[in-house]
Design a protein around this ligand. Sequence first.
Ligand SMILES: NC(=O)c1ccc[n+]([C@@H]2O[C@H](COP(=O)([O-])OP(=O)(O)OC[C@H]3O[C@@H](n4cnc5c(N)ncnc54)[C@H](O)[C@@H]3O)[C@@H](O)[C@H]2O)c1
Length: 423
Amino acid sequence: MTVGMGAVCTTLIAGVEAVRKGLAKPIGSLTQMGTIRLGKRTEGKSPLMRDFLPLAKLDDIVFTGWDIFGGNLYDAAMTAQVLDKGLLEKIRPFLESIEPMPAAFDQNYVKRLTGTHIKSGKNKRDLAEQIRKDIQAFKKKNDRVVVIWTGSTEIFLKQSAVHQSLAAFEKGMDDDDPGIAPSQLYAWAALTEGIPFINGAPNLTVDFPAINELSRKMNAPIAGRDFKTGQTLIKSVLAPAFKARMLGVSGWFSTNILGNRDGEVLDEPGSFKTKEESKLGLLEMILQPDLYPDLYNDIYHKIRINYYPPRADNKESWDNIDIFGWLGYPMQLKVNFLCRDSILAAPLALDLCLFMDLAARTPSLKGLGIQEWLSFYFKAPDSAPGVYPENDLFIQSMKMKNTLRHIMGEDLITHLGLDYYGG
Ligand SMILES: NC(=O)c1ccc[n+]([C@@H]2O[C@H](COP(=O)([O-])OP(=O)(O)OC[C@H]3O[C@@H](n4cnc5c(N)ncnc54)[C@H](O)[C@@H]3O)[C@@H](O)[C@H]2O)c1
């Protein structure tokens, strides 16, 4: 069940159908194309993840969701302008068969959009209960369910008293507390139904004590936030490389042009602030200026997102990185990434749904709340209180693969490898 059926969501759903029909390959998806090494390097055992793990099969996935605009997914995919019309025509009847359910929406939280296909209720609790009913109805027809937020970026919210316990949050829904955004209502509804919830956007949605408490109580895993796709993906590759070689960084200027609806929403300062916060934290977490003050104490880090309609979903980003080496001599690196936003995000959304469904069936994981092993997929991953989140892509990747080995009762791989040399 996808909350928000725009560019990412339609690219996900149309993509899964195209793969099912043999029209294209699931490039970018680890669950569909990735392998995992088991045992020693000399054993030659690297099965496909989808053969090794009891993941749901693409053929068995059924899609539904909510949006603040009506109309079927063929029209939504045409509006999003991500996939070619030729491909969409081949799966048109399938896409036309899916129509979003009316959404829980409040324009105060996404100021650039005016919803026309929305639920009405006497308060936030009432709206959340309506979402629960939608989930219950879908659950009756399907074995297992996962809910993923692929909706717009909401305005920047800070945790307040209402987020500190489940009791306070539920009272807050009764009282229409302004700290409770629509995305939080979906998270509450899903978890209350024992369904895992993923947040693909930077909003404050699952990362606070009340939702954590509910997640643990209901054995329904949570993961977020903000898919790590274009510019931030590259940042989380380059920054660990500088740190691994003890190269200093004095400045990192990142700018983007983006012309899709996401870009339009992010043009509004409240939503931009939410995105900016989620992108900014990453460098500091990776570079650890407290441990390396000579290298990273004075970084000037600037992020710009510019709404530029002619490019639609084809984002272009530029990074100028000022670094310094031996004896402080300065150098520069420039990155110009001509990417496709939703083409990068859709396989992440698929993997997250399949892995969260697996986590919900794994006794040692489902009661933990936050699934930190999935931080590989997020710009600002959530982590346990007092534990800093791991942002380095390669540590995240190792952590995820070891968790998958753990799920299947296989030996973990430490990469020590002395035994190959008689050690
Ligand atoms: N594409 C990427 O690379 C990428 C990367 C990281 C994060 N994201 C985030 O993913 C989200 C979706 O991106 P997109 O490009 O698909 O945006 P989009 O604008 O195309 O789609 C978002 C959809 O959510 C709907 N929506 C808004 N509020 C809703 C609500 N309360 N209930 C139900 N539907 C609601 C909107 O009507 C819209 O159709 C954004 O928050 C974006 O920042 C995208």
